[in-house]
Design a protein around this ligand. Structure first.
Ligand SMILES: [Zn+2]
Length: 98
């Protein structure tokens, strides 16, 4: 599955796929599903989950500054609060859009 186009429409991100389907994800949901280690935690080899301190998300955290394309497999949003370490693969985007 390839992303053909993405556009911010109001507070949603519209994703258009190469099979002609479209998905819409609100920016708030997108940010809350951030897959980076800082937001999601990191698993060590023993299966222990390490998470950073709980983040308090401000309204800025749900504002999109820009989105960078990452290779041919994902996107990297830059948020209003400076957070930009989350890389969302197309598969992951499809999953959270459902
Ligand atoms: Zn994150």
């Amino acid at each position: 599955m390839r992303l053909v186009d993405l556009q911010q429409i109001g507070n949603e991100l519209a994703l258009k796929w190469d099979d002609g389907s479209e998905d819409f994800i609100t920016l708030e949901k997108l940010r809350r599903e951030c897959p980076c280690a800082g937001c999601r935690g990191e698993m060590d080899v023993m299966g222990n989950l390490y998470k950073g301190p709980e983040q308090t998300l401000t309204p800025l955290a749900f504002q999109l500054r820009q989105i960078a394309r990452v290779g041919t497999y994902g996107i990297q949003p830059h948020w209003g609060d400076g957070h930009n370490t989350g890389i969302y693969s197309f598969d992951y985007l499809r999953k959270i859009a459902k």
